[in-house]
Design a protein around this ligand. Sequence first.
Ligand code: NAI
Ligand code: MG
Length: 332
Amino acid sequence: MRQTITVFKGDGIGPEITDAVIRVMDAAGAELDYEIYNVGEAEYEAHGELIPKAAFESMERNKVLLKSPITTPVGKGFRSLNVFLRKKYDLYANIRPARSNHAVKTPFQDVDIVIFRENTEDLYVGVEEKIDENTVHATKLITRRASERIIRDAFEYARAHGRKKVTCVHKANILKISDGLFRDIFYEIREAYPEIAADDKIVDNVCMQMVMNPQQFDVMVMPNLYGDMLSDLASGLIGGLGLLPSSNLGEEFAMFEAVHGSAPDIAGKGIANPTALLWSACMMLEHLGQMECAAKIRRSVDTVLEEGAFNTPDIGGNATTAEYVEEIIKRL
Ligand code: NAI
Ligand code: MG
């Protein structure tokens, strides 16, 4: 069944990588129709709005958004559009898979970790109060509702993707009540997934183990603060930003994007690396149940990256975006 998605083209390299990704999805036989909108700084300059009303309406109709990076205009009082979109659409689960690729040399081989970061609470509720000149109080919020939904998502993902283990990361030895609740809920939810191994680890220990032996980790789920830190740590294990996709999922809406920004320094030169957005698109296809199509694209990208002859300059090659994409399409 064909599905319609909303696409935000964004700024800088956004339009180039969006076009590349749509070409690959079409060539791979994705059952998709697109509603494509210009959003971001250029749109703001042209029409006075970062995201036009029609683009929001499309998102609200289709529920699924493929978003390319947006330049945050400096000095005009704008908050991050990403934070805005996460709040507006209650995109509570930030999922960042970090998988080693032989095209990129790092000291860590065969890393394949998927982090589920709770995106709406913990210390990030932003409630701080000054008790007196020398004392400040910040709120860490953990609720059953938010914990259950992110933990259940982690197990559902593990089941859907044939993953073997889910690890709960916490600091319940010190934060006995708050992180204790998160960990207790983890073990309640896991009852429904007997085929998946489950364990829990304290966050400081996890930091050490991710560097010493990252291959032991599979799916990981954690409150907001630990997820922010450990997902950056995980991106370092696989060689950095250029290859990192993400999804932001809510109960009703889903948004898929590369982790990197609009790369104004290389915009318009035809050398942007579309891999992170391509992998984000694969996550989107999987979310929509188009598993075959996603797998086909993943295999083809892996092959081209590993052969290396058509890689873009940011990962040590000298191919253009167009040449790289041609080669991926040939290998589908
Ligand atoms: P950036 O990620 O855009 O660029 C950092 C460096 O990585 C640059 O040298 C760039 O050329 C390179 N790079 C990034 N993506 C690449 C790709 N796909 N292929 C090849 N090279 C790539 O970060 P920067 O420069 O700090 O931010 C630029 C703008 O992007 C800012 O306005 C920032 O606010 C915005 N931004 C937007 C995000 C989003 O919409 N999700 C996320 C991060 C930044
Ligand atoms: Mg962060």
